[in-house]
Design a protein around this ligand. Sequence first.
Ligand SMILES: NC(=O)c1ccc[n+]([C@@H]2O[C@H](COP(=O)([O-])OP(=O)(O)OC[C@H]3O[C@@H](n4cnc5c(N)ncnc54)[C@H](OP(=O)(O)O)[C@@H]3O)[C@@H](O)[C@H]2O)c1
Length: 302
Amino acid sequence: MRFFITGGSGFVGSSLTAGLVAMGGTVTILTRRIKADAAAQEGVRYLEGDPTQEGPWQDAVADHDVVINMAGETIFQRWSRESKRRVYDSRILTTRNLSKALNRASGPPRTLISTSAVGYYGFRGSETLDESSPAGEDFLARLARDWEAEALRAAAGGVRVVICRFGIVFGRRGGALGEMVPMFRRGLGSSLGSGQQWISWIHEKDLVGIYLHLLGRSDISGAVNCTAPNPVTNRELTETLATVLDKPAFLPAVPAFVLKWKMGEMASILLNGQKVCPMKLLDMGYRFQHPTLEDALTNLLA
Ligand SMILES: NC(=O)c1ccc[n+]([C@@H]2O[C@H](COP(=O)([O-])OP(=O)(O)OC[C@H]3O[C@@H](n4cnc5c(N)ncnc54)[C@H](OP(=O)(O)O)[C@@H]3O)[C@@H](O)[C@H]2O)c1
């Protein structure tokens, strides 16, 4: 199977690329700039192009069976009018250009798996959310809603569109754990704000497993929550991470006003959360390799 990926050079994209190649696929990674040190990997080729701009890269889409869309500028930066615009455009324009390329292609691809995030639901306290829950109204919720709408434009041309709503991805090389683990190893780990905010998370291996599962299920389309079936509170995450690393976590929680002062509006995503249930995955019988946080963190960090 031939895959075309935007964002394939990133933290999640590189892990997914390795998984797709391991099952015999070939992967074309669309990247804004091919890095001189991009390791030659069997089954992987890089194509240079800016996905936020229309261009010749769109013609290459038709040479693939499946398109996977995960490009986007990081949200982990101080939010200003300009940075929010970049975060928004990097996802919306990329996805719009991909949908145009798919609608233009005469043959394959017949499947688009596009990324979204559980931020779609907004901040909803302890309410349990599944794929049928409505979207929220904050910046990230509106971003996710518009991101999904651009992907769904490809369905008009008969493409199967699956929207993967990621929880926080825990993996070996980077992501949220890459930020947290060094602090915890120094004994400086602590919960944030009330510590009661819910965190819906997923092990990177399960994310790859979910993609492979979805590839084999041509009957599935629309939104799929990509989260483990056991979300935790921020306090539980702090305690579990400290236990797995065999480090103390005795410091008091970082007060909300300190995070807001340091990070501005972006602190909202650390101080709030959502409790998400992967209802569709459970219904379709996907078997999680790492369903509990302790098991996932032990696997990643031991
Ligand atoms: N990691 C998580 O916990 C998590 C959780 C929820 C949702 N997500 C979503 O999943 C996707 C992948 O996440 P990740 O953690 O792997 O991100 P990442 O490591 O930051 O990689 C994102 C990729 O997007 C491309 N990109 C960055 N800025 C861009 C811009 N301004 N315009 C166009 N492309 C740009 C980059 O590709 P090139 O430099 O090669 O062009 C990069 O490899 C993102 O869209 C993210 O929002 C991630």
